[in-house]
Design a protein around this ligand. Sequence first.
Ligand code: AMP
Ligand code: FES
Ligand code: ZN
Ligand code: ZN
Length: 323
Amino acid sequence: MRCRKCGKEAVMNMRQHKLALCRDHYIEWFVERTEKTIRLYKMFRREDKILVAVSGGKDSLSLWDVLLRLGYKADGMYINLGIEHQGYSQVSLEKVKQFASAHPEAELHIVDIKALYGRSIPEFARESWRGQRVCALCGLVKRHEMNRLAIEGGYYAIATGHNLDDEAAALLGNVLRWQTGYLARQGPVLPSDYPGLARKVKPFCRMYERETAAYALLMGIDYIYDECPYAVGSTSIFYKNLLNQLERNSPGSKLSFYLSFLQAKEEGRVRFKEEEAPPLHACQRCGQPTTAPGYCAFCRLVYKPSKEEVEAALEGSTDVEFA
Ligand code: AMP
Ligand code: FES
Ligand code: ZN
Ligand code: ZN
């Protein structure tokens, strides 16, 4: 197989794009496609300060790398969740630190959940959720901390490493249950439509997981190969496998599943009504927007307010209409 651009030996054959490329042309193609995605969905501009959420995996480290290469002002944020199983958090932290030390032009923020809030994610789960649904609890904590840091640090947007496989699997899950509220909001950009709520963007939403992995490999980015131990056996992994089967028989189907959905929404051919949004107000403790009365779900988890405290907080609560 030869590179379509220069005729040298190709290292990457992408049946979904009917395109084979050599190392240098693959890297060039990958960086350009990310830039085009950022522009296509008007994610952010050169002058905006971006916070990249880096987990130590191939997607988020590659994303940070590409954004810096393109000259964006991109700082990193790593959340140490305190997952000790197979040294998961420790190893991923090392990978992130190693990357950051090679890029002194960017700042790395490390948020240590146990140091800040007294318990690690597994400890929170054991204490409050009977050890169940660790990933859901972890998602709640990560969203809260990403939002907090982005707002405190004056960042224009949070960029996550979600790739096409992640987005297509999420779409499949939402379609299987016709979760219209989620379908209404699913997309490459989640705007900041309320004060204190950070904008979220996914510049790799058009990149196959295989493509981000190839980029990391070819660039020599050292990342953690293992999935989070709590994700093993999750439905999202099952959906990814289903979509991979489909992709093998019909290359490009994953991409068209996702992009046609976005296009149909954009052109108004399908419309999903967002659920009647409950009014948002600032959490009485941390100030982040929440629909919960008084304390947000994160603060209830961490600070466990008594019934009296919740009631006292509610007394002074001023609900603001959802814009
Ligand atoms: P996941 O939910 O694990 O598939 O991760 C999706 C995205 O969330 C990653 O690409 C990262 O951008 C971000 N992320 C996940 N875990 C962390 C973490 N511990 N610290 C910072 N960002 C994270
Ligand atoms: Fe949070 Fe897996 S990354 S539980
Ligand atoms: Zn070439
Ligand atoms: Zn709160």
